[in-house]
Structures are given as C-alpha cells and as structure tokens.
Design a protein around this ligand. Sequence first.
Ligand SMILES: [Zn+2]
Length: 221
Amino acid sequence: MSIHCSIYKNDLSILLIPAKIPLMHTSGSLKIVHAPDPRLRVQTKPVKKITLALLQALKDMIKLTKTFKDPEGVGLAATQVGLKERFFVARLHDSKKIPPSNPSQRASRWANYDKEFMAVINPNILSFSKNTKVYFEGCLSIPNIWGKVRRHLSIKVSFQDEEGNLIKKTLIGIPAWIFQHEVNHLDGILFSEKVLAQKGQFYKFTGKDKAGTDTFEEITI
Ligand SMILES: [Zn+2]
C-alpha cells in the first residue's frame, strides 16, 4: 500500500512533517530545525577558531541529541540547530557494525551500539570505498520519514576534535554511514534528496505493533 505526497517543485526536501512537532527536544538555546526550513540548506563555513561559544554549542548539541530516545539520536549537525559552521556531534566510536538495510533490521542493528558522542569539527572525507550498500535511514530534522540510501561502506576521514587536534581515521559500517549523513548536512543536503536522486524507497513510520516493534509503510513521493 502506498500514499502519495507532494513536494515543492524547487525543493526536494520532503514535506511530510506532522502538524504537531514535539517541543520537548531543546538544550540551552538550541532547538531542532525541521525540513523544509531553509536553515537546513546552508552551505556551512569552516570553523576558524575553537571558541567557548563553539564548545558550549557542541555540549548542548550532544545533550539535545540524547533527548531523542525512540528513535535514538545518533548524530546532529550544526545546520540542524540553525548554526552555520562545519561541525557536528555523533556516535562514531570504533564499531564496525553494519547498518540496517531495511525496516526489519533497524532495531537489531542499533542494539548495543556505542552511546558515546564525539565532537567533529571541520570534517573532510578524504576517500570513499568502492563498496557501497543501501541503508535504511532517517533524520531528526525529518521526523517519521525514512528512506533507503546507497552510501559508501567505508571512508577515510579527517577532522579536528574539540581541542583542535587533527584526527585521521578510517570508518567502517555504522560510523562511516553517520559521518556521510552529517557531512551532507553541512553541505545543505538532506538524506531525502539522496533517496529521490537514487530513486530509492521512502517509508513512513506508522506506529508500533503489539510486540512494541516499529512499523513502517512504503510511501511514494
Ligand atoms: Zn540528519
């Protein structure tokens, strides 16, 4: 079964945001920005100096992301709280767990995934693996909408930590996937555009079944 939805002709972000957006997700002065807000389209600028204001924003973003329990928040980019510099927070610790490829794998693939957040400043993706995989993806800025996105299984990255140290590492599986999603945000790109460009499948969260398992419905955009 599928339902049809409309999009702005010149804006590929999907507009299936429920009329009521929960307001409990705030930290400090930060609030999540939801599509189709133009602040999600900003091409961010490099961080030139690690200031106290930046450190406070990183701390608040981690706190804010942790308020998302179901589904769990795993990453949050500056644009998602209306900021315009290149940084994000995410759970990137060295898990090699393979991300879910479809709705039925979502719960098990995230089970026991490392909960610790990392601050990532001025991220760069230095190289991409040839191997790609289709992942079942969502975003805190597009509540209740999910989609299948093909991404690189492994990437080599560089970034600065909150002390300004330059870190280089290879990410595989879930951390590589999250990093690609967050870098897209810093370039003003939402996962929904990837789904559309790749002609992937969209899904809408439809609630929980009797066993408490999330249920999804395929939708056509
Ligand atoms: Zn996102």
